[in-house]
Design a protein around this ligand. Structure first.
Ligand SMILES: NC(=O)c1ccc[n+]([C@@H]2O[C@H](COP(=O)([O-])OP(=O)(O)OC[C@H]3O[C@@H](n4cnc5c(N)ncnc54)[C@H](OP(=O)(O)O)[C@@H]3O)[C@@H](O)[C@H]2O)c1
Length: 297
């Protein structure tokens, strides 16, 4: 262990078995936190945890396993957490999904929407008692995809009911997630809790390496060879760099009471896309997601 900045802090990172989440877990373990990672498979999560213990010198690395694409999986992670720990100081909603084909989960929810939007919402709600037990809890959610300030949120196509183009839909679900987490930040404003979103930047990970040309919108397929070159395996180097914004938000005293901000790859607050902060849109997305967590459909 190289530092004890986060000694006595307990941090839960979804999707910590590989890619950016694993590098985030490693960096925070090196800072002395108790780190809990999640993955779908218990054995591979345990292997990742052991690698993080070895590399960080911090024995306080634990695992929880369940599939976050289903309501029952999210609830299982939360109840496993609550059974072992009372307090949660930092929740990093990092796990993400970009499917090549439109697919429904066993709850009947489109899979990207389930993992990228419903899971962060539901997990945060389910862990509220533990977050409220912390004197200064931080909720951090990792976004992705390509957005501009004017990227729209199409409330009639949230689950790609009308149209599905892999990476466009993935980006759209991340925008929807940002709207939900922005709304969440407004709801917890003034409490001991903060909620911020960060953009990690491009990294070579299982997710980006599994992108197929048909996931790109028509004209963007022309840059396919360039995309493949960017995501060539690099031994986790780019993922470690991309972990920096989550690590900053989880550990820096400078953001102790900063709430409702969107951080870029340089760990600086940046402007939210307009649709994300639009009250009618964000409340619509919030209500849609809340409804899905009740009914599972
Ligand atoms: N890589 C990039 O260039 C990039 C760019 C911008 C944003 N991001 C975002 O950064 C985050 C991390 O992405 P990454 O590139 O590091 O991806 P990754 O290497 O594919 O890792 C994804 C993690 O999420 C977990 N996961 C995926 N689906 C899950 C499910 N249904 N239930 C539970 N866990 C699940 C995986 O665990 P198991 O497979 O072990 O279950 C894994 O630990 C995502 O939110 C992504 O959208 C990535």
């Amino acid at each position: 262990m190289t530092d004890t900045l986060l000694h006595k802090r307990t941090i839960l990172i979804t999707g910590g078995t590989g890619g950016i989440g694993k590098q985030t877990a490693l960096a925070l373990a090196r800072l002395g936190a108790t780190v809990i990672i999640t993955g779908r498979n218990l054995a591979s999560a345990q292997t990742a945890a052991e690698e993080i213990r070895q590399a960080s010198g911090n024995p306080q690395v634990d695992v929880l396993a369940a599939d976050l694409s289903t309501r029952s999986g999210v609830k299982a992670i939360a109840s496993q957490y609550r059974a072992k720990y009372q307090q949660l100081d930092v929740l990093i909603n990092n796990a993400g999904l970009a499917e090549a084909q439109r697919r429904l989960t066993q709850d009947g929810v489109e899979a990207d929407f389930a993992v990228n939007v419903v899971a962060p919402f539901l997990l945060t709600q389910e862990l509220m008692p533990c977050l409220q037990a912390s004197p200064a809890a931080r909720v951090i959610t990792v976004t992705g995809g390509s957005h501009s300030a004017n990227s729209p949120i199409d409330t009639g196509n949230l689950q790609a009911e009308r149209e599905f183009v892999g990476l466009n839909h993935y980006s759209h679900t991340k925008l929807a997630m940002m709207a939900v987490m922005y709304e969440f930040a407004q709801r917890v404003a003034g409490s001991s809790m903060t909620s911020n979103v960060c953009y990690p930047g491009q990294a070579s990970t299982a997710m980006t390496r599994s992108v197929t040309p048909d996931m790109l919108p028509g004209v963007a397929r022309l840059i396919w060879p360039l995309f493949k070159w960017f995501v060539r395996p690099d031994g986790g180097k780019s993922a470690a760099k991309a972990a920096q914004s989550s690590v900053f938000l989880a550990s820096s005293p400078a953001v102790e009471s900063v709430n409702g901000q969107y951080f870029n790859t340089r760990c600086q607050p940046t402007e939210w896309p307009k649709a994300v902060v639009d009250p009618a849109i964000r409340q619509h997305v919030w209500a849609t997601v809340e409804d899905l967590t009740r009914s599972g459909r």
